[in-house]
Design a protein around this ligand. Structure first.
Ligand SMILES: *[C@@H]1O[C@H](CO)[C@@H](O)[C@H](O)[C@H]1NC(C)=O
Ligand SMILES: *[C@@H]1O[C@H](CO)[C@@H](O)[C@H](O)[C@H]1NC(C)=O
Ligand SMILES: *[C@@H]1O[C@H](CO)[C@@H](O)[C@H](O)[C@H]1NC(C)=O
Ligand SMILES: *[C@@H]1O[C@H](CO)[C@@H](O)[C@H](O)[C@H]1NC(C)=O
Ligand SMILES: *[C@@H]1O[C@H](CO)[C@@H](O)[C@H](O)[C@H]1NC(C)=O
Length: 539
């Protein structure tokens, strides 16, 4: 008898759940007449009042095979939207060569942007896109292709003509792809963000360029983009300096004091809905830091205060993922142009997020799920949180082969170039004249007669680390602790020197192996056109 009632209950509960409409059934089953509107203190989507419950996940920080499961996890938490940046450096790896999945570039499997958008819709989520062109995102060069550094002038994040030429060329390829995925065209995309924390370019005598924001906006309009266009900034620190008031919809970013930021935003943009584009539920790591965390109970309290205010909100990051390849960015000190205060971010982008780097559920996930359930008056069908693949311990693998540096350098590529001077990697005439974006560069000099105790001197700073080999043998110190970063071989030291031999050596080969550890994703606007990698600071 007991068993019988139990079964009956489950049947009743299931039929209740099945009666709930999906997100798309609720908002898009009638004829679509409008996307997100901001004419009242609440958002409307297709004429229905709603709040945006969003979470960030960057497709390029997650293996493609995991995208669907992660998106199901987002929806199962009660989120109705997923937000992602779009990295220009990955989608245009060489000047004029584009990859939107399977295009043959090194990261091509991560770049199936249209597949990601289709999956988001299949998993019952709306999408907010943030195509930069500057994305920051703690990503290599803030998402800028490094080949832009070859061009002069190059007024990054300004209305300078040459910069706008390359932004326009890229946007005129990218935006027609995205145009089809807009909500009012039957797709999932409900909003686009223009630039990123643009108010932060205000520095010394430089004022953020309203003309630049206007040019970007016009590129969207010219390419048939009709959904909501937004900007995001620290509303207290930057006011409306990084937006076009009344033209672009402003959102705010923060990690604490929700009421203060939302009060300020409401004051800047009265009688409009409120939106937090980045609620920092965790944080990223720099090399030499311990893993940054933010307490789950503090985050629960802050998230609830945002929902209660009430405001729409995007959780940054709901799932951080990983900086695959050479994807990580770096901080540069605002005043020092030279690399001495370089602070690279780590490969992991775990971010202490609700879904950790491996996609596992954390306490923050269940807290967010509870709170959305409590605060969202619109009840829609949610899937059960999917079971995550169990972790696997791979068996030990015996290394049976290796390739040494001298052998590696005889393979094509790498490219061997002759030069009378050392050059930054971006300026090498390789990769269809786009230079080299990431990784290693070896500067080699042959037939050198070394006197006993020869001193090698590097002018300026190394960008970013260097290993010195004499006749194939490593002679520079190894990196064993963070204190070593103050010594020869690392970015902090200016005009460093090293004794590279004891006895005299005739006809020696000297190799300097330089590694790039990530380009700046934040810093002063004046530093962008000078962030070369390799050896280049000497006279
Ligand atoms: C705001 O726009 C929505 C959607 O178009 C509409 O339903 C609503 O009536 C509008 N509100 C006002 C005050 O105009
Ligand atoms: C590199 O490896 C090759 C064989 O693969 C070997 O002949 C050569 O001596 C090695 N060179 C160095 C510097 O170890
Ligand atoms: C240069 O571009 C052409 C055409 O886009 C491509 O086939 C070729 O692989 C590129 N070369 C390099 C070195 O990437
Ligand atoms: C100098 O070393 C190179 C190899 O790096 C060798 O090919 C060359 O014959 C040597 N020259 C003399 C004069 O020893
Ligand atoms: C870099 O950009 C800044 C600001 O736009 C400009 O003042 C400076 O001259 C540029 N430097 C170079 C080397 O182009």
């Amino acid at each position: 008898m007991f068993v019988f009632i139990w079964t009956l209950c489950i049947v009743v509960l299931q039929s209740l759940a099945q009666d709930l409409p999906t997100n798309y059934e609720y908002f898009a089953s009638t004829k679509i007449t409008s996307g997100v509107t901001t004419n009242e203190t609440s958002f409307f989507l297709n004429g229905k009042a709603f709040s945006i419950y969003s979470g960030s996940m960057h497709y390029f920080r997650n293996p493609r095979a995991y995208w669907r499961t992660r998106l199901t996890q987002f929806r199962a938490a009660g989120l109705n939207t997923v937000e992602t940046y779009i990295p220009w450096n990955l989608h245009e790896p060489q000047s004029g060569f584009y990859d939107f999945g399977g295009g043959g570039s090194e990261m091509d499997d991560f770049l199936y942007l249209e597949e990601f958008l289709n999956l988001a819709k299949e998993e019952d989520l709306f999408v907010i896109l943030r195509p930069g062109p500057y994305i920051s995102a703690e990503y290599n060069f803030a998402g800028y292709p490094s080949w832009l550094l070859r061009e002069k002038p190059m007024g990054f994040r300004t209305d300078e003509e040459n910069y706008i030429k390359y932004v326009s060329r890229y946007y005129n390829i990218l935006l027609p792809i995205l145009e089809k995925y807009q909500f009012t065209k039957g797709g999932p995309v409900i909003a686009f963000q223009i630039e990123n924390e643009y108010g932060y370019t205000g520095y010394k005598n430089f004022q953020p360029s309203k003309n630049y924001l206007n040019i970007l906006r016009q590129l969207y309009l010219n390419n048939g983009i009709v959904e909501l266009l937004v900007t995001s900034d620290n509303a207290i620190g930057r006011g409306d300096s990084g937006t076009l008031p009344g033209v672009l919809f402003q959102t705010t970013n923060f990690g604490d004091s929700p009421e203060a930021y939302l009060d300020k935003l409401a004051q800047l943009q009265p009688n409009k809905p409120l939106m937090v584009m980045e609620f920092w539920i965790g944080w990223f790591d720099h090399w030499t830091d311990s893993h940054q965390t933010r307490s789950a109970s503090d985050m629960k309290d802050l998230y609830e205060r945002i929902l209660k205010y009430p405001s729409s909100v995007n959780i940054y990051m709901f799932h951080g993922g990983c900086n695959f390849g050479f994807g990580n960015g770096a901080h540069l000190n605002n005043e020092l142009l030279d690399n001495s205060a370089f602070l690279p971010t780590t490969t992991s982008y775990d971010y202490d997020s609700p879904l950790n780097e491996a996609g596992d559920y954390t306490q923050k996930y269940w807290d967010v799920k509870d709170l959305i359930h409590q605060y969202n008056p619109i009840k829609t069908y949610l899937p059960d949180p999917p079971t995550i693949l169990p972790r696997v311990a791979y068996p030990k693998i015996k290394i049976t082969q290796q390739i040494n540096l001298s052998d590696l350098l005889t393979h094509q590529p790498p490219h061997v170039l002759l030069s009378t001077n050392v050059l930054a990697m971006e300026l090498l005439d390789i990769n269809n004249k786009s230079g080299q974006s990431y990784g290693y560069i070896v500067y080699r000099k042959e037939n050198v007669d070394l006197e006993a105790q020869t001193t090698l001197k590097i002018e300026g700073h190394v960008c970013d680390t260097i290993m010195v080999l004499v006749n194939g043998k490593l002679v520079s110190p190894k990196l064993e602790s963070s204190r070593d970063l103050d010594n020869f071989g690392y970015w902090r030291v200016k005009d460093s020197s090293l004794i590279i031999n004891t006895d005299a050596i005739k006809n020696a080969t000297i190799e300097l192996v330089v590694e790039e550890w990530g380009r700046m994703h934040g810093g002063s606007i004046f530093q962008y056109n000078q962030t070369f990698k390799g050896l280049w600071q000497g006279k």
